[in-house]
Design a protein. Structure first.
Length: 316
């Protein structure tokens, strides 16, 4: 076991304990955590910074407000219901349409029908804290449902892929795209079975993939190759991710973005404790990139300048 640990360290792989002690605890002040743990606050901060986010249709804070759900979505065909303090995709409902025969029935991304009453029950559970990080009372957000970008059509099952960028001291250090699968129930969540494909920071092109910690070349449901996809708006995505440093004040940060077919890149959420599977997807460790960022770090650099520096430095 120790031999494996030494080999991983030699190859620049950042471990969980090192990440927690040297980066999260050192660079992420606890009093800034609500800026990313509360998705409603994250959205507010991002909007104030001029960053694009999915439109918010409504927020339900108290159990007595759950009945307002129908009025909030009266004019919406599709929408997303999510806990403000949720994690890992738990508690998220993606509604892609309404039943043609029953106005109070909605269609989930999986194609299954769900009633207005069932959604209200789910919202009640969210407000009660069933999905919150701390288990305490939460808020239910009802927001715009991102429309699928055709770039990822061949390598995604039902859901919308998202792009995770790990940002260190304001510099994009590593990136991957998370591709929904049948196993993940259409959600872009690696722990639930989504595929993570590394992204070359310099070119914005996908690399090999990881599925359940195993290296894969193709998507398990579609059979399409996950490598070689050129991600649109890559400069904008990197610069927006770099700007997350100013927005949150966190020195070690995960920025999650989606590409909407009509609106382009949108900030979905940010994370103070981004996972480490991104290293497997990129077939390289974070430690070397972090060391290089420490060498080139410029406290006066703008987000655009930091993004450009990352593209220059990280070409594999």
């Amino acid at each position: 076991m120790f031999a494996i640990a030494r080999k991983l360290r030699k190859n620049g792989v950042l471990g969980l304990n090192e990440r927690n002690a040297n980066f999260i605890m050192r660079l992420n002040p606890r009093h800034y955590y609500p800026r990313v743990d509360d998705k409603a606050l994250t959205k507010e901060l991002a909007l104030a910074a001029g960053m694009a986010v999915p439109d918010l249709y409504g927020v339900i804070i108290h159990q007595a407000e759950v009945k307002n759900f129908s009025a909030i979505v009266r004019d919406q065909i599709s929408f997303v219901v999510k806990p403000a303090q949720g994690s890992g995709g738990d508690g998220i409902l993606v509604i892609t349409g309404r039943s043609e025969r029953k106005r109070d029935c909605f269609r989930l991304s999986s194609g299954v029908l769900i009633t207005d009453e069932e959604i209200q029950h789910h919202i009640s559970n969210i407000v009660g804290g069933q999905y919150s990080l701390s288990g305490t009372r939460d808020k239910a957000l009802i927001e715009y449902c991102v429309q699928f970008d055709p770039t990822f059509a061949a390598v995604s099952y039902q859901g919308v892929p998202d792009i995770r960028v790990v940002v260190y001291r304001g510099y994009p250090a590593m990136a991957m795209v998370r591709l929904p699968t049948r196993a993940s129930d259409g959600k872009a969540n690696l722990h639930q079975g989504a595929v993570g494909a590394g992204i070359c920071i310099a070119t914005g092109t996908t690399l090999t993939g990881v599925h359940h910690n195993e290296i894969v070349e193709d998507h398990p449901d579609t059979g399409a190759l996950v490598a070689g996809i050129e991600i649109p708006h890559w400069d904008f995505i990197l610069e927006s991710s770099a700007r997350g440093y100013e927005v949150t004040g966190l020195g070690y940060l995960g920025v999650d973005m989606v590409i909407d077919n009509h609106l382009g890149p949108l900030i979905l959420e940010m994370n103070a404790r981004p996972g480490l599977n991104i290293q497997i997807a990129n077939a390289t460790g974070l430690s070397g990139r972090i060391s290089r960022i420490d060498q080139i770090y410029d406290a006066k650099a703008t987000p655009a300048e930091r993004a450009a520096a990352a593209r220059h430095e990280f070409r594999t």
